[in-house]
Write a protein that binds this ligand. Structure first.
Ligand SMILES: Cc1cc2nc3c(=O)[nH]c(=O)nc-3n(C[C@H](O)[C@H](O)[C@H](O)COP(=O)(O)O)c2cc1C
Length: 207
């Protein structure tokens, strides 16, 4: 598949067929991640792959938001007024656990920390964090080119603590998100995309 086609086809999917992703494909996808640009040239990224559902249950410390009203309240609290955005959260919030548990492959990516992530002193303090997101986007695009789709979830603090205790990963490595990948259910719900007019977003020679 051409790069532009993979870019066009990539969508966030939260409902998966009960079908694992072949280990060879996972390797190819992660290899694409490892080709991403990185601030210090070192690509200090590690990936923990959970293909075993019992093991997944041990590390997942979250629930789906099952109440429609709870989701409404959350969006009101955060001042979300865009109807497409609210539609996305109504699809996403009831699936935060199930999308990770039911995916064909759950990947926990890690990057090496040089200084505490939550106390940046300047923009370059965030370089390691920025670099792993380049890696993650490569992974999502490579997956798309293989006909595999998925979602990234930002873990809450309690989830990170639970993962640290369960996985016993090194203190100087941090997890930016979960990556759940798999084969979409034919009727998987997709929110309405925001379409952007390119002419509105390019500023020529001045803002
Ligand atoms: C940094 C980042 C964080 C995200 N966090 C979550 C998340 O916690 N849970 C979730 O279901 N989706 C999450 N997403 C997926 C977005 O909701 C999704 O990309 C967005 O709605 C646009 O849809 P699309 O990916 O299909 O274009 C995240 C995406 C990014 C880039």
């Amino acid at each position: 598949m051409e790069l532009y086609e993979a870019v066009e086809k990539r969508r966030t999917v939260r409902e998966f067929e009960d079908k694992p992703v072949d280990a060879g494909i996972i390797k190819r996808i992660i290899s694409a991640g490892l080709k991403a640009p990185t601030n210090n040239h070192l690509r200090e990224w590690e990936f923990v792959i959970f293909n075993d559902k019992k093991e997944r249950l041990k590390i997942l410390n979250l629930k789906d938001m099952t109440e429609y009203d709870e989701c409404e309240k959350m969006m009101d609290f955060y001042g979300m007024t865009d109807s497409d955005q609210r539609g996305m959260y109504h699809i996403a919030m009831p699936r935060q656990f199930s999308m990770l548990y039911n995916s064909g492959c759950l990947i926990l990516p890690f990057f090496k920390l040089r200084e505490p992530l939550m106390h940046p002193t300047c923009l370059s303090s965030l370089n390691e964090f920025a670099s792993i997101w380049c890696c993650i986007e490569n992974i999502l695009l490579a997956a798309s080119s293989e006909g595999i789709f998925g979602v990234t979830r930002i873990p809450m603090e309690e989830e990170l603590k639970h993962i640290k205790i369960t996985l016993k990963h090194p203190d100087n490595y941090a997890m930016p998100c979960y990556i759940a990948l798999g084969y979409p259910k034919p009727d998987a719900k997709l929110p309405v995309q925001k379409t952007i007019n390119i002419e509105d977003r390019i500023h020529l020679n001045r803002w």
